[in-house]
Write a new protein. Structure first.
Length: 607
């Protein structure tokens, strides 16, 4: 996130040329028609932009983080996770928003309340009372979801500045603090987290990233030395100059209790890098779940699963440790998605200003930095990126990319840097046009082009209408619920169920294949003589992603004009595959591994 030394300057001649090329191609209000014409001439269908409307007030989501206005300490700049979780298994996504404290209020855990909003259907949410048990986790930072004890109800894990907490779901709209009894009491400033079953034993293990060591009673003095300056402006100190904290991996004993097993399995952070966003996903497509960690101002990690209960850190040979020119970046948010409809899972990482957001194309044996070639790199340079997600906003079959932004130094607005590096920043929305990303956020209305200071972001279909919605937790300002009102196209949402503790099938890869008349693109689909093409696209069921947040476990496919999914392949967390054919569009399909066929369903309470 924060300033750091770099091994080489970003603007090498080749990257500078790429930057100029992408900037010339980026659309503006004046040049939108030119871009549309160019798109059509390339054989890519032009269509209206997706439409999102903030309905937080209308739907009853009244929440604002407690935030120190001056952010004189780094610990006051980083919080704001959000989780979309079905706490009562009624088929409707509920919303949990994490609140933070300030240095002045740190001794009073009840000075700021996190909030759990129960989805009642038809655009109505009800804030659950304090008796739900999740309102006061202390100084909250991030959140992830998983069934820690395997009882069929999703539990909530909240990372924090002094201690993280596991809230066990009782199944009656209430939770109990099971932190100590389960053995996952992480001390120190923890940030990202995620549940997964990397050893295929059927239960869920837990990874927690940690940031810097900080003593709230002995904080570094604001602006005191070079690690507390940004372009000559006095700012908060860190993370450079502060000691880092090692990450933690907890193995589930099978009874809902955990043991610290990081050293044993090889998930190590001996140098105490500054860990933030994380992603469990199968990076090399071998059927075993791997772990990516975005580190701030230090090289990133990619722990490859060795298929024997251990991991090997391979970020450098896999191509995802540092920038294209070898510089350490300020990694914050992480997204995983099939950017090019190649049935492979690509990786996105949001970074600090002037460090470009990174897009890595998955080649199985390694990942290639295509940030500038894809169109994402240049547009991101002025922004400090946080929550990130791939989503097919208009169901046109291509995953778009949303990144929320906001600086960490309010002092910049009162300096000569305010114009070029403002504290409040607009969102970036990259429209995917056949595998190429075109940044159109300025054209997307106030939900995207009004400058804000955003942190956490989660994606999910809140009203079960087949369109993915967005929830954003701002550091300064109210949370937003962006209802997707884009023009209707076909879709399929898949809900996985399997016997055992990992009942949500976290780590499963789902690949859908459909036939459509979509015109030319970079896809590896094969066209027939009639001009139709067959497209395959992949998704993964994940716990903990974006920036310290949790998105919908259900996997969503936009199908464009296709009326069915011809073939759906589910690779379950233990590596076994099941195949389902001829699934009609515009349905939720619940795939129960214990049964032989899929069932079409509209979840209870759906609109």
């Amino acid at each position: 996130m924060i300033k750091k030394r770099r091994t080489r300057r970003l603007a090498s001649s080749s990257l500078a040329a790429a930057t100029i090329a992408i900037v010339l191609l980026a659309p503006s209000l004046a040049g939108a028609q030119t871009t549309a014409n160019a798109t059509e001439s390339a054989g890519i269908r032009s269509a209206p932009l997706p439409i999102f409307v903030d309905v937080a007030d209308r739907w009853g989501i009244d929440f604002q983080q407690r935030s120190a206005p001056e952010k004189k300490y780094i610990v006051e700049s980083m919080s704001g996770g959000v989780a979309l979780v079905d706490i009562d298994n009624d088929g409707l996504l509920d919303i949990y928003l994490v609140n933070s404290l300030t240095v002045d209020s740190a001794k009073n855990p009840q000075a700021a309340s996190s909030a759990l909003f129960h989805n009642r259907g038809s655009g109505k949410f009800e804030r659950l009372p304090d008796t739900a048990g999740v309102d006061y986790p202390g100084w909250g930072v991030g959140v992830c979801v998983g069934d820690a004890d395997g009882d069929g109800h999703d539990d909530i894990y909240v990372t924090g500045v002094e201690q993280s907490r596991l809230f066990r779901n009782r199944g009656d709209l209430s939770f109990e603090d099971a932190t100590k009894s389960s053995g996952v009491s992480v001390n120190g400033w923890s940030t990202g987290c995620g549940f997964a079953d990397p050893d295929r034993d059927g239960d869920l293990d837990l990874f927690v990233s940690r940031y810097v060591e900080i003593d709230l009673d002995d904080l570094p003095e604001f602006g005191k030395d070079k690690t507390c300056q940004y372009r000559g402006v006095s700012v908060q100190c860190g993370p450079r100059g502060l000691p880092g904290l090692s990450d933690v991996f907890y193995r589930n004993r099978g009874d809902g209790t955990f043991e610290d097993a990081g050293k044993e399995v090889g998930i190590l952070d001996a140098d105490g890098y500054f860990g933030l966003g994380i992603a469990w996903f199968d990076a090399n497509d071998d059927g075993w779940i791997d772990l990516y960690v975005a580190n701030d101002a230090t090289p990133n990690f990619l722990f490859l699963n060795q298929k024997n209960g251990t991991f090997l850190e391979e970020a450098f040979p896999m191509g995802v440790a540092v920038s294209e020119d070898g510089g350490e970046q300020g990694g914050m948010g992480v997204a995983v998605g099939d950017l090019g409809n190649r049935a492979k899972l690509d990786l996105f990482v949001s970074n600090f200003a002037e460090e470009y957001n990174a897009v890595y194309q998955n080649k199985i044996d390694f990942l290639v930095d295509i940030s500038f070639a894809s169109g994402s790199g240049a547009a991101s340079l002025p922004y400090v990126g946080w929550g990130s997600a791939f989503l097919d906003a208009d169901n046109d079959t291509w995953l778009d990319l949303l990144v929320v932004n906001g600086h960490v130094y309010p002092q910049l607005d009162r300096s000569k840097l305010g114009a070029s590096a403002p504290y409040r920043q607009r969102r970036l929305f990259y429209r995917n046009q056949g595998g190429k990303l075109t940044e159109v956020g300025e054209q997307m209305g106030p939900a995207f082009n009004v400058p804000r200071v955003s942190r956490g972001l989660a994606i999910g279909d809140l009203d079960n209408d087949g369109r993915q919605d967005v929830v954003i937790n701002d550091l300064d300002g109210k949370a937003q619920v962006l209802h997707n009102r884009s023009a209707a196209s076909n879709w399929l949402t898949v809900i996985l169920q399997q016997p055992g503790p990992n009942h949500r099938a976290l780590g499963a890869k789902v690949t859908a294949t459909w036939t459509s008349k979509t015109a030319g693109s970079d896809t590896e689909a094969k066209k027939d003589a009639a001009g139709t093409s067959q497209t395959s696209s992949a998704r993964i069921v994940q716990s903990g992603t974006s920036y310290l947040s949790q998105s919908d476990f259900r996997v969503h496919f936009g199908l464009g004009q296709a009326t069915q999914v011809d073939r759906l392949v589910v690779r379950w967390p233990d590596g076994e595959e099941t195949v389902h054919e001829n699934l009609a569009a515009n349905q939720f399909f619940e795939l129960d591994r214990s049964q032989t066929s899929a069932s079409a369903t509209i979840p209870r309470g759906g609109s």
